[in-house]
Design a binder for this molecule. Sequence first.
Ligand code: ATP
Ligand code: LTN
Length: 326
Amino acid sequence: MKRKTVFSGLQPTGNIHVGNYLGALRNWVRLQDEYDCIYCIVDLHAMTVEYDTSDFAKERGEAARVLIACGVDPKRSLYYYQSEVPHHVELAWILGTITGTGQLSRMTQFKEKSGTTGANLGLFAYPVLMAADILLYRADAVPVGDDQRQHLELARDLAERFNFRFGEEFPIPEPIIPEHGARIMSLQDPKVKMSKSDPDPGSRILVLDDPDTIRARIKAAVTDSGSDVRFDWEQKPGISNLIEMMSLFTGRPLESIEGEYGTGGYGKFKEAVAESVIEGLAPIRAAFAALDDGDVEQIVRAGALEAHEKAEVFQQRVRERVGLRG
Ligand code: ATP
Ligand code: LTN
């Protein structure tokens, strides 16, 4: 039986944090055992907000290296830069012709990002390009964090609309969102998600942060009133965020962590959280150090060639369906 296809993307902007890792990348890695996986560094998406052209290629290369260090295995998964395969953009244009501007203007990420950087057409059309990424390879499932739920919904709508208008072509992609870790919160404000673009570096832990930085960040993390270590997102969002992180990095159930640290005060608990994060990230730091930039570039270049071939076969069917081929 044909294996199902998984697709996901990550923007090469800034540094990759534990939210990206726990919310999405751990699933990317796990799914490689079971599915045909296609993972993409979505550089065209990253161009929709202001960026520095002189750093862009370097940041993209670093993101590619971090993902391999996290466990993306180019021997088992197709792995490349989005801009190397122009079919993404071609399909995005076609899907754009069946996308309502009303639906796009309701996208939370568009509303948030256009508020800070000013709106541009790329930012507005961002979710259409994302839908094209997914549908291009007829992906069945898409591992992402909770913030991408609405974008995934649009991809599903567009697949249905296309199938209805032009004939059955796309499977309806299912989101794969973890029960825990899908929304790791900022260490400085547990009401907002941990984000690459937060101007305060104290709000996040990067997967490549050294142990001292991790200890300092967690020590300075905003906690809640009281002193009991209890998992309760309503009353104790700061502490719950740390319990969740510790649970995911150690594999320990939430209750076992509450049981051990419940009444011992925040200080001792935070030290334990820091050590579990440090231990959980150590293999990634080691793997990153062992990789070579030249090798990584070769991997993504080979990936792009293979992706290009695959995309061409699929895209030919779309061209026929929409009437671009006789
Ligand atoms: P930004 O953090 O600046 O908003 P982003 O992290 O949303 O950017 P990407 O780097 O493309 O953008 O995200 C890669 C993956 O990480 C996506 O699947 C996204 O849902 C997930 N993700 C991002 N932030 C978090 C978070 N705080 N918790 C869990 N998952 C997250
Ligand atoms: N918008 C996503 C990145 C992304 C993506 C995709 C994720 C672009 N194309 C296709 C899954 C599938 C984000 O995380 N900000």
